[in-house]
Ligand binder design. Structure first.
Ligand code: MG
Ligand code: ZN
Length: 225
């Protein structure tokens, strides 16, 4: 049966578009005093992502802004096939959104070569006007989500009703799992693959964006997309 729903893609940034997680990398590189404990509490889900990420960045002086940006630009690699993937989506007229728990000050410069419209990038902000970095949250959780996501992926996804859209999520970790549960199709790697296996959420593992192009092409040929 041919789907009449319009495919739309929600793609994570850290560890998905980039090869590794930039927030973790920033913390491990700049080592602000006290970050380890907060990171541990965040990973173990003893505090919300929003609390954890906000508290870790609040340990870093705003004066380090340029240093952090140049560190991330040097450090972060883009996953193979991303440019080709965007071309493919463009050709097939498939809508694409970046949904990231990261911050605009490193996401925007890293995505700049790919010319993704700004209103297709959902992420957090950062305010460098005070002594320490203050993370801002322009896309908070709306009911029914009460996870304290920071940038709430399920809230973004819910803006695209499931009777109109075939909702495709691409991701790798903790922040993607709630979205994965409500998406129609999930491309997963790393932790998200393990978690989907454990809890029986339907998923397609991937390593590069070429894998995703191939799978989407197959689904188009089979008429399921
Ligand atoms: Mg990620
Ligand atoms: Zn949320």
């Amino acid at each position: 049966m041919t789907s009449i729903r319009k495919p739309v893609i929600f793609c994570d940034f850290d560890g998905t578009i980039t090869i590794t997680d930039n927030i973790v990398a920033i913390m491990k590189h700049f080592k602000p005093q006290g970050y380890e404990e907060i990171m541990e509490d965040t990973i173990k889900q003893r505090i919300s992502l929003r609390e954890g990420v906000g508290a870790m960045f609040a340990l870093i002086p705003s004066s380090q802004r340029e240093e952090i940006i140049s560190f991330v630009l040097d450090y972060a690699g883009i996953r193979a096939g991303f440019q080709q993937f965007l071309h493919y989506l463009n050709k097939e007229d498939i809508e694409f959104y970046v949904t990231s728990g990261g911050m605009d000050f490193f996401i925007n410069p890293l995505l700049q070569p790919f010319e993704i419209p700004q209103d297709h990038i959902y992420c957090n902000g950062a305010d460098f006007s005070g002594e320490y970095i203050k993370i801002t949250w322009p896309n908070p959780c709306l009911p029914p989500c009460e996870n304290g996501c920071g940038m709430c992926k399920t809230t973004v996804i819910r803006n695209f009703p499931e009777d109109t859209y075939l909702r495709i999520l691409i991701g790798d970790s903790l922040t993607d799992f709630e979205g994965a549960k409500i998406a129609d199709l999930v491309y997963s790697r790393s932790w998200l693959t393990t978690k989907c296996e454990e809890l029986g959420v339907n998923h397609v593992p991937f390593e590069t964006f070429h894998d995703i192009i191939n799978d989407l092409q197959q689904k188009q040929e089979q008429g399921v997309l």
